[in-house]
Design a protein around this ligand. Structure first.
Ligand code: ADP
Ligand code: ADP
Ligand code: MG
Length: 671
C-alpha cells in the first residue's frame, strides 16, 4: 500500500478519497485553487499545495503543477477523482513517465474508451450489444443523413467526444436532420474541440442501467452489479439506485458479463462503469423483455458509486488504492452479493422551477439529517462544503450527495424522504424539495422508470407548494413570537405595529409569499391566539417551542413541526411536509436596494470586484453607481442605498469577494 497519495480534485470526491486513505493509514496531499484556499477538502488532507487560480483551467487542470506537487511532497500516487483530469490519457501517461502511479486505468484504456464512436467499434468486435446506429469514421454530412434515414427516426446525434449530457441532439424526422447536425457539431467543437459525431437509434422510454466493473493487474475482472440512473434532467442524473428495480437475475448476469467483456477488451484496471441504454418493449411490467445496449464506458470512479458500496458492503476507494498498489482484487465474483436497496439523491444548487438554472451563493444554513460521512451506513452524506461556505460559479453545482440504505426499496425510499425533509439549506436555491416531489410521484414510487420520468410527471414536480400559504404564514408568525419572547425585549404590544381596537389586542404583519403580498392579522384573545391570513377565515393558532429550535405549530386543523431560519427579512420554513421562504415586509421602513444592509454595502453574490466608481471621501447620493462586480460571467452594478460619504474602500479591483462581504464603508448623510 502507498504511504502517501495526492488527490487531484476538490469538493466531495476529494474528501471522500481522503476519508478512506485516512482509515488505511495513507497520508494525503490536497491541491487547491484560489477560491478553495479554505475549502473542506484542504482541511481533510494532511498537506495542501496551491496550484493556481480559481478557474479549473488555471488550477485543477494544470497537470504539470499537480505532478510537481506530488513529487515535491513525496506522494507515490495520484487519485484523480472524477471530472477534471480523471479521463485524460495524457495526464495518466505523464504520471507514469514521472514515476507516479495514476490511480485509474492504463492510459491506453482511457484512450480506447475516450471517444464514443471508437469505443463502439471496439465493443462491436468484443461482441457487446450496441444500439443500432452509425459510428463510422466517414463524417460526410450527406452520408450521415443517409445513415440516419436507414436507422429510422427518431435518432440521436451524439458528439463522439461528448460527456456530461452535452453535445446531443434528438431528431424526429429526416427534414430536420441537417440543421440538428450543424448545431450538434457547433456545440461539440466549442465544448470538446472535436466535431466528430455518431448516430444512434433514439430508444423510446429507455432506462439507463450501468454496471460497476473492477479489474486488477493480475488479470482479474469482476462486476459489482448494476445501478439504475434513469431519473435524469437534461440527460444528467438526479437519482440513482441499486439494484435496478425489477431486474431479472438472468439479465443482471448477462449485463454483468457483457460489461466485464467490455473491460477486458481494453485491458481494464481499476474502477470503471459500463453504461447501457435499456429498451423496455414489454413495458414496465415485463422486465424480462428488457434489451440492453452498450452506450459508453466511464473510465473512473463515478459520482453514484456509494449506492454500490451500500449494497455490496465494499469500499470502492479502498479497492482502487489496493489495485493501484499492485494487490489483487479483494473479492472474486462469487463472493459478491447484493444486500438490500440503496438510493442516492444529488443535492444541487439550482432552481428546478426555472429549467434547473444553476444557482450560486452562500450556505448560510446547511443542516443535515443524522448521518455518517463517506462510509457505508443507513444514511450517508458525502459533501465537500460546510455551513457558511459559498457555492461559487467556478465549479459544478452539486452541494452534497445523500445516500440511504434499506432492506427493501420501499424502506429506502421512505428513509430518503425523511432525510431530505431534515436537510435544511438556506442562502441559495436548491433542488431538495424537488427531489421530495420526485420520490412522491407514482412513477418513481412504483418503479416505473425511464429517462422521461421527470417530463412525464412535470405536473407534480414543478411549482409545488405542499406546505401551503396558511401554514407558511402561521410558522413565520410563530417564529416571530418565539424570537420576541426569547429576546424578552418587550411585550409584543409595545411594538409599533401592535394596536388595540374595541378592547381587543391585535397586530398586523405583512408578508410576501411566492411573489404575492399577504396580510396576517393576529388577535390576542382570552383563550389564546387567533390568526387571519389574507381573505381566509380566522383560525386558532397555537405553538410550542421545542428543544433544538423546532416549533410545533397548530393552525386551525393543520399541524406541522417546523424549523424556521430567519435570514434578513426572509423566514426559511422547513416543515415535515415541505419547505417555503416567506418574506416579512416591514411596512414602516423602506428597505434599501439590493446589496444594502443598513449602512453596510455588501456583495450580493460571490464574485470579483471589477472596479470602484468612487474613492474614500467622496460624497454620494442614493442610487449612484459605486462599484462593479462580476459573477457568473455577468457584470453587476452596485448602487448607493442612501446618501452618504464613502469612508473607505475595503477591496481593490480584481479581488474575489464572498456573498455578504462588505465592499466599502459608507457613512450615511446626517438627517
Ligand atoms: P454522456 O457522455 O453525456 O454521459 P451518454 O451517451 O452516456 O452521454 O448519454 C447520456 C444520456 O442520454 C443517457 O443516460 C440517456 O438518458 C440518454 N441517451 C443516450 N443515448 C440514448 C439513446 N440512444 N436513446 C435514448 N436515450 C439516450
Ligand atoms: P377589518 O378591516 O374590519 O378589521 P379584517 O380584514 O381585519 O377587517 O377582518 C375581517 C373580519 O375578520 C372582521 O370581522 C375581523 O374582526 C375578523 N378578524 C380579523 N383578524 C382576525 C383574527 N386574527 N381572529 C379573529 N377574527 C379576525
Ligand atoms: Mg454517460
Amino acid at each position: 500500500m502507498f504511504s502517501k497519495i495526492l488527490i487531484a480534485n476538490r469538493g466531495e470526491i476529494a474528501c471522500r478519497v481522503a476519508a478512506t486513505a485516512r482509515r488505511l493509514g495513507v497520508k494525503t496531499v490536497a491541491v487547491y485553487s484560489d477560491a478553495d484556499a479554505h475549502a473542506k477538502h484542504v482541511m481533510a488532507c494532511d498537506e495542501a499545495v496551491h496550484v493556481g487560480g480559481s478557474a479549473p483551467k488555471d488550477s485543477y487542470l494544470q497537470w504539470q503543477r499537480i505532478i510537481d506537487a506530488a513529487k515535491a511532497t513525496g506522494a507515490q500516487a495520484i487519485h484523480p477523482g472524477y471530472g477534471f483530469l480523471s479521463e485524460n490519457e495524457d495526464f495518466a501517461q505523464a504520471c507514469a513517465d514521472n514515476g507516479l502511479v495514476f490511480i485509474g486505468p492504463p492510459a491506453s484504456a482511457i484512450k480506447d474508451m475516450g471517444l464514443k464512436a471508437e469505443s463502439k467499434r471496439l465493443m462491436e468486435s468484443a461482441k457487446v450489444p450496441l444500439v443500432p446506429g452509425y459510428h463510422g469514421t466517414d463524417q460526410t454530412p450527406e452520408l450521415l443523413h443517409k445513415e440516419a434515414d436507414r436507422i429510422g427516426y427518431p435518432v440521436l446525434i451524439k458528439a463522439s467526444a461528448g460527456g456530461g449530457g452535452k453535445g446531443m441532439r434528438a431528431v424526429d424526422k429526416s427534414a430536420d436532420f441537417m440543421a440538428a447536425l450543424e448545431s450538434c457539431k457547433r456545440e461539440a467543437i466549442n465544448s470538446f474541440g472535436d466535431d466528430a459525431v455518431l448516430i444512434e437509434k433514439y430508444v423510446q422510454r429507455p432506462r439507463h442501467i450501468e454496471i460497476q466493473v473492477f479489474g486488477d493487474t493480475h488479470g482479474n475482472c469482476v462486476y459489482l452489479f448494476e445501478r439504475d440512473c434513469s431519473v435524469q434532467r437534461r440527460h444528467q442524473k438526479v437519482l440513482e439506485e441499486a439494484p435496478a428495480p425489477g431486474m431479472p437475475e438472468s439479465i443482471r448476469q448477462q449485463m454483468g458479463e457483457a460489461a466485464v467483456a467490455a473491460a477486458r477488451a481494453v485491458n481494464y484496471v481499476g474502477a470503471g462503469t459500463v453504461e447501457f441504454i435499456v429498451e423496455q418493449p414489454g413495458g414496465y411490467d415485463k422486465p424480462e423483455e428488457m434489451k440492453f445496449y452498450f452506450m459508453e464506458m466511464n473510465t473512473r470512479l463515478q459520482v453514484e458509486h456509494p449506492v454500490t458500496e451500500a449494497i455490496t458492503g465494499q469500499d470502492l476507494v479502498e479497492w482502487q488504492l489496493r489495485v493501484a498498489s499492485g494487490e489483487p482484487l479483494p473479492l472474486e465474483q462469487d463472493d459478491l452479493m447484493i444486500e438490500g436497496h440503496a438510493i442516492e439523491a444529488r443535492i444541487c444548487a439550482e432552481n428546478p422551477d426555472n429549467n434547473f438554472l444553476p444557482a450560486t451563493g452562500t450556505l448560510h444554513v446547511y443542516r443535515k439529517p443524522p448521518h455518517s460521512a463517506f462510509e457505508i451506513d443507513v444514511v450517508r452524506v458525502d459533501d465537500g462544503v460546510r455551513e457558511g461556505d459559498a457555492i461559487s460559479p467556478f465549479y459544478d453545482s452539486m452541494i452534497a450527495k445523500l445516500i440511504v440504505w434499506g432492506e427493501t426499496r420501499e424502506e429506502a425510499l421512505a428513509k430518503l424522504d425523511e432525510a431530505l425533509a431534515a436537510t435544511h439549506i438556506a442562502g441559495l436555491q436548491t433542488n431538495v424539495q424537488f427531489l421530495r416531489h420526485v420520490l412522491a410521484t407514482p412513477s418513481f414510487a412504483e418503479a416505473k422508470l425511464d429517462t422521461a420520468l421527470i417530463q412525464r410527471e412535470a405536473d407534480r414536480l414543478f411549482k409545488q407548494d405542499p406546505l401551503g400559504q396558511p401554514m407558511a404564514v402561521a410558522a413565520a408568525v410563530a417564529q416571530t413570537l418565539v424570537a420576541e419572547r426569547a429576546g424578552e425585549t418587550h411585550d409584543p404590544f409595545s411594538r409599533r405595529d401592535g394596536f388595540r381596537s374595541h378592547g381587543v389586542a391585535s397586530r398586523r404583519m405583512d408578508f410576501d409569499y411566492r411573489g404575492e403580498p399577504v396580510i396576517a392579522k393576529l388577535r390576542y384573545l382570552d383563550d389564546g391566539l387567533s390568526l387571519k391570513v389574507g381573505e381566509a377565515d380566522a383560525a386558532p393558532l397555537a405553538f410550542t417551542a421545542l428543544p433544538g429550535g423546532a416549533i410545533d405549530v397548530r393552525y386551525g386543523a393543520d399541524r406541522q413541526v417546523v424549523q424556521v431560519y430567519p435570514l434578513g427579512e426572509v423566514e426559511h420554513v422547513f416543515g415535515t411536509r415541505g419547505a417555503a421562504a416567506i418574506t416579512e415586509l416591514d411596512v414602516l421602513s423602506h428597505a434599501g436596494e439590493s446589496g444594502a444592509e443598513g449602512g453596510r454595502l455588501t456583495a450580493p453574490m460571490p464574485g470579483k470586484v471589477v472596479s470602484f466608481a468612487v474613492k474614500a471621501g467622496d460624497k454620494v447620493s442614493k442610487g449612484q453607481p459605486l462599484a462593479v462586480m462580476e459573477a457568473m460571467k455577468m457584470e453587476h452594478t452596485i448602487a448607493a442605498p442612501q446618501d452618504g460619504v464613502v469612508e473607505e474602500l475595503l477591496f481593490v479591483p480584481g479581488d474575489q469577494v464572498m456573498d455578504g462581504d462588505e465592499l466599502l464603508r459608507l457613512v450615511a448623510a446626517a438627517g
